[in-house]
Design a protein around this ligand. Structure first.
Ligand SMILES: [Zn+2]
Length: 471
């Protein structure tokens, strides 16, 4: 049976956790700048008696909060960064930015960090009352959106004594998130040329922008000769000052993604060669800054099975008519076709959902082991150093897109908070299970060891001295 102490604690303290998630929602901060948001959680954990260590891994907003002693050591992963340009008024089913161009919590990380902290606090109660033994450690992980925080926390050795890690992500279903994600490198290529008057003496100029364009042409031809599952995208972050000046500086920012870390390494090496070629073609020089890289995600079935069992036992939240109404209004902004398509997708995965549902109220059967989703997450790097499992819970209506203003509304409402509390209970009970069932920890570790047999973890940022604190 899942720990009743943990379940009750999260329910009883729900007003506190709602307040913490609201405070983070109200002051959205971008990755590595989450000064207030990380302090909200670090201070709450410290006040609750956790031993808090701040400013870890070279990142002022990274911290851990530990309670308990001895084995097992269970990591509970939290995030709190927001997204640019998603500022949105609370409770409004129309796009209404509070601060034009300002950030907003379009990925629900206000809930993510709070639920993991709530889980850690709930486990503390179970330890105090002698129900379980071990160490619960909350990881305050900055900059998930830019795939930085956990990669550098892993590099700093902060997971070296951890036995298993648990996390979750806001979503529109309740269930284990077993599918993998894309490994990735994020790098900026800056080219340096010689300025001249674009009409008066272009022969004396060497255009850095030409190098960017030729690099992009080269990479676009590369696309045919990489595995079809590869994703490469770029934006030109500096293209010069005006057409009448030959640009002496130009910059392009690349993401290279693929289902396996090894493929990213191979393809990225070829992109580096293309950049060199672009320099030769244009008589320019360049430098490359790898901002970050991350692994794909390694699921752990032993942990996933237990999280699924606990979710089923605890039971998914039900929603009120008012919550349903808000959800339907938000769905109205994305259109009926999108809703129908999302429901069709859910049913394809065996999820039993009504044909015109606003909010999912069940627990989905497990699916996705061996499959790869479209995004990337730095949870991947944790999953390659310790057995890791994650779940999704319902914090938003079916079909409202991730990273959207609609999601900002949902995760700032009671819909999101219900999902947050469910996630906290799921993580807390699973953590308690791991603390009282050494055989479950052993099973998760054996599965992890087998999966890792031929592929030791090599940090994607092994050659990067510091996290990209200034972009
Ligand atoms: Zn996210």
């Amino acid at each position: 049976m899942p720990s009743q102490i943990a379940i009750d604690y999260v329910r009883e303290k729900a007003p506190l956790f709602k307040e913490l998630s609201d405070r983070i929602w109200e002051s959205p901060e971008l990755g590595l700048h989450e000064v207030k948001s990380s302090a909200v959680l670090a201070d709450a954990l410290e006040a609750d008696g956790f031993h808090v260590q701040r400013g870890l891994g070279g990142m002022p907003t990274a911290f851990t909060a530990t309670y308990g002693e001895g084995k097992p050591v269970i990591g509970l992963l939290g995030e709190f960064d927001a997204l640019p340009s998603l500022s949105q008024a609370r409770g409004t089913p129309q796009h209404t930015p509070l601060v034009p161009g300002g950030p907003g919590h379009g990925c629900g990380h206000n809930l993510l960090g709070t639920a993991a902290a709530a889980a850690a606090m709930a486990v503390k109660r179970a330890i105090e009352r002698g129900e379980v033994r071990g160490t619960a450690r909350f990881y305050g992980c900055p900059a998930e959106e830019t795939l930085v925080g956990k990669v550098f926390m892993v590099k700093a050795g902060l997971f070296s004594d951890v036995d298993c890690a648990l996390t979750w992500h806001p979503g529109s279903t309740n269930g284990v998130w077993a599918s993998s994600s894309l490994a990735m490198n994020s790098a900026k290529f800056t080219f340096h040329g010689i300025s001249s008057h674009a009409a008066g003496d272009p022969e004396n100029g060497r255009s850095a922008l030409d190098a960017v364009e030729l690099m992009n042409v080269g990479v676009n031809f590369l696309r045919e000769h990489v595995p079809a599952t590869t994703r490469i995208h770029y934006v030109i972050t500096d293209g010069g000052l005006g057409p009448n000046v030959v640009p002496n500086r130009a910059e392009v920012w690349y993401y290279v993604r693929a289902p396996k870390r090894g493929d990213v390494e191979d393809i990225y090496a070829r992109v580096l060669n293309i950049a060199k070629g672009a320099c030769q073609m244009t008589d320019t020089t360049h430098d490359v800054r790898l901002l970050c890289g991350c692994y794909d995600t390694l699921a752990n079935r032993a942990l996933g099975d237990r999280m699924h069992a606990n979710m089923t036992e605890i039971g998914a939240p039900r929603f009120t008519d008012d919550e349903r109404k808000l959800a339907r209004q938000l769905q109205g902004t994305v259109g009926e076709t999108a809703v129908a398509k999302a429901i069709e997708q859910m049913r394809k995965h065996g999820i039993d959902v009504a044909s015109r549902a606003e909010l999912y109220e069940g627990v989905a059967p497990q699916w996705g082991y061996g499959e790869v989703g479209g995004g990337s997450t730095d949870v991947g790097d944790v999953s390659y150093v310790v057995p890791t499992a994650q779940v999704n819970t319902v914090t938003a209506p079916i079909a409202t897109p991730g990273h959207s203003w609609q999601n900002v509304v949902a995760v700032g409402s009671s819909i999101g908070q219900k999902g947050m509390l469910f996630a906290a209970q799921t993580m807390a009970t699973t953590c308690c299970d791991l603390m009282r069932e050494p055989e479950l920890v052993a099973k998760a570790k054996a599965e992890f060891k087998e999966a890792m047999a031929n592929s030791p973890y090599v940090s994607p940022v092994r050659d990067v001295a510091e996290p990209p604190l200034n972009g």
